[in-house]
Design a protein around this ligand. Structure first.
Ligand code: ATP
Ligand code: MG
Length: 630
């Protein structure tokens, strides 16, 4: 099948297209309508249909794959390795569902899950889905205040946590953060369920509130909990965006559309087959973890790898060792993680047999050309960038090896995914941009299955923040700045908030970052626009370097700065030249690894940093503060 025909049909005949895709999953009751779009921008997919995410991810495979591995749990932190077949996963999820039920969890109730990457976290997610409860997974290790905000947003009946996570060989206690968060919250859960890993000998329990998972699991050893069938549009979960551009938004997802979207994506986007193994290096706290550690591969009857650990421990070959040992066919990671590996000896990429690996997919941040080349040449495996958002739940721009794999173009996440009626528009006129013309990446609604149904508890925020940007036309704004080339390849140029207006030219931060990254001495870069009386705005860069000795003294720094600025002039022309480059040892990022440009810019302009609830390393921000002398 040719991509163009496939895509066009998905847009021209959405009902027949998605009606067919709906057959990829089990429906207890068939949908009455494929698409209902009577109240734009809200839309309903598969209304009247009844299904269940847990049934599709687990029970449905028992007939054919009971003894196939469903989940491999590998921790290089504790040294644990566990394998669960679909039959065993079914057993564990039933036990867990019975435990949750005994603590008052039922259809429509919310459960906050605050856990490290352990198999039990996945059992809890699936158990919620089985019971029709709405899970809100909060990235493990977020500060107590963030957890409290998310508790109040969800008003859960139960919070599930572990005693501790592990990072770089050290236990990171979680439970005391839960206690603090519950103290702060206005709508605390009645019960806390603790999966005690035995990592924190000082953990306290609150009598009457805290329950022990292992004890209760023993009580429900043989429990069978029937699946709760949900109408396709009932909520399945709440998940927050990364907070890169401001206060995180609580994305609400449905059941039926999400299941269909994931099932279809496994086939067309990932080109994966049931029985194969997928390794997604994200965390269950992010959308990539929800869609491609948990639900996607399981709905597709694959084996999913749940990995607790860093990419460089015990050594930088650990991921590739996992690929060899478990014959991983489909891998999914992020540019941020690859840039960590890039600081290591490339020989690690060649040490293991990667012949099972078909593709490495990357998403989450712009994939710069040097990194993309480094990893694809190093591995000898196609590396496919794809672009998506917490809101969409699956890729919006992508290569589609399961339909027709077009030649990869470095720096491009490919083409619009089927179902996304994508249009790059001029942000003032909403006129469609021609090839080579920069504009805002938008989607003409209705959004396809799998995308958010609303912002949890806040329909107005859903309408205003995603559909309120243009007066003339109802368009979903991705808040990203993009361009399409003559051949239809898309390129993301940065966030719309980050566009730099300099002397009448509009530049995406990404363009300048990419040019700086072309200098071999540079490891990571953030470019922001600073107010300038003469030019409106000027670009300023913050860089980390591969070899710190190059910036040990002022002369070295000046030399490197000049070389980098010349590089930008050479690649983009003098107008894009950064006004100044600062060299730092780390850049401030969100917990999900995204550059916090807005905070860098605020500091550089001497303003307040804004919402820092998702900031990973406060020292990195401090360094910026020092660098700009504010
Ligand atoms: P917030 O919405 O709270 O500001 P966020 O947008 O970073 O945070 P996510 O949903 O985690 O939250 O990230 C989606 C964003 O990540 C996209 O809008 C885009 O800016 C960026 N992104 C994701 N994949 C890619 C990619 N392949 N290339 C370029 N950018 C990407
Ligand atoms: Mg966003």
């Amino acid at each position: 099948m040719q991509y163009e025909a496939f895509y066009r049909r998905s847009i021209a005949e959405p009902e027949s297209f998605w009606g067919e895709q709906a057959e990829l999953i089990h429906w207890q009751k068939k949908p009455e309508r494929v698409l209902a779009y009577d109240r734009p921008p809200f839309r309903q997919w598969f209304s009247g249909g009844e299904t269940n995410l847990c049934y599709n991810a687990v029970d449905r495979h028992l007939a054919q794959r009971a003894d196939q591995a469903a989940l491999l749990y590998l921790s290089t932190e504790t040294g644990e390795e566990k394998r669960y077949t679909y039959a065993e996963l079914h057993r564990e999820v039933n036990r867990c569902a019975a435990v949750l039920q005994s603590l008052g969890v039922s259809r429509g109730e919310r459960v906050v899950i605050y856990m490290p990457m352990i198999a039990e976290a996945i059992f809890c997610v699936l158990a919620c889905a089985r019971l029709g409860a709405v899970h809100s997974v909060v990235f493990g290790g977020f500060a107590a205040h963030n957890l409290a905000l998310r508790i109040d947003d969800a008003r859960p009946c139960l919070l599930i946590c572990a005693d501790a996570g592990m990072r770089a060989g050290k236990a990171v206690p979680y439970k005391h953060l839960v206690d603090e968060a519950i103290k702060e919250a206005k709508f605390p859960p009645a019960k806390v369920l603790i999966v005690d890993r035995g990592l924190d000998p000082d953990m306290r329990r609150v009598a009457g509130r805290d329950e022990d998972y292992w004890d209760l699991r023993d009580d429900f050893r043989d429990a069978e909990v029937p699946v709760t069938w949900l109408e396709a549009n009932e909520p399945s979960y709440i998940l927050y965006t990364s907070g890169t551009t401001g206060k995180p938004k609580g994305v609400q997802r449905d059941v039926g559309g999400y299941a269909v979207a994931l099932a279809a994506s496994m086939k067309y986007i990932y080109g994966a087959n049931p029985g194969e193994t997928m390794f997604t290096t994200s965390d269950i706290g992010w959308v990539v973890g929800h869609s491609y550690i948990i639900y996607g591969p399981l709905i597709h009857g694959m084996t999913t790898i749940v990995y607790e650990g860093l990419p460089i421990r015990p050594d930088p070959g650990i991921w590739w060792k996992i690929v060899e040992e478990h014959k991983v066919t489909t891998m999914f990671s992020s540019p941020t993680a690859i840039r960590v590996l890039k600081k290591q000896d490339p020989a690690w990429l060649k040490k293991y047999d990667l012949s099972s690996l078909r593709y490495l997919f990357l998403a989450g941040e712009p994939l710069d050309e040097p990194t993309s080349r480094w990893i694809s040449e190093g591995l000898g495996v196609p590396v496919l960038d794809h672009y998506w958002q917490t809101e969409t739940g699956w890729a919006m721009l992508t290569y589609l090896p399961g339909v027709e794999l077009k030649p990869n173009r470095f720096g491009s996440p490919g083409f619009p995914a089927y179902g996304f009626n994508i249009k790059v528009v001029n942000e003032l006129t909403t006129a469609e941009c021609g090839p080579g013309e920069k504009g805002v990446l938008t989607v003409i609604p209705p959004l396809p299955p799998g995308c958010l149904t609303t912002v949890w508890g806040d329909d107005n925020r859903f309408v205003n923040s995603y559909f309120g940007q243009f007066e003339k036309e109802l368009l979903y704004s991705s808040s990203d700045w993009a361009v399409r080339d003559e051949d239809g390849y898309f390129f993301i140029l940065g966030r719309t908030d980050d566009v730099i207006n300099t002397a009448g030219h509009r530049l995406g931060t990404r363009e300048i970052e990419e040019a700086l990254q072309a200098h071999p001495g540079i490891a990571e870069v953030a470019v922001v626009g600073l107010a300038d009386e003469l030019k409106g705005q000027v670009p300023v860069g913050f860089c980390t370097v591969k070899d710190p000795s190059r910036i040990a003294d002022a002369a070295g720094r000046a030399q490197l700065e000049k070389e980098c600025i010349d590089k930008v002039a050479e690649l983009l022309g003098p107008v894009a030249k950064p006004h100044k480059l600062h060299f730092v040892t780390a850049l401030p990022k969100t917990r999900s690894g995204k550059l916090l440009r807005r905070s860098i810019q605020a500091l550089a302009e001497g303003r307040e940093t804004g919402d820092l609830s998702t900031l990973d390393d406060p020292n990195a921000l401090e360094e910026i503060r020092k660098a700009v002398g504010k």
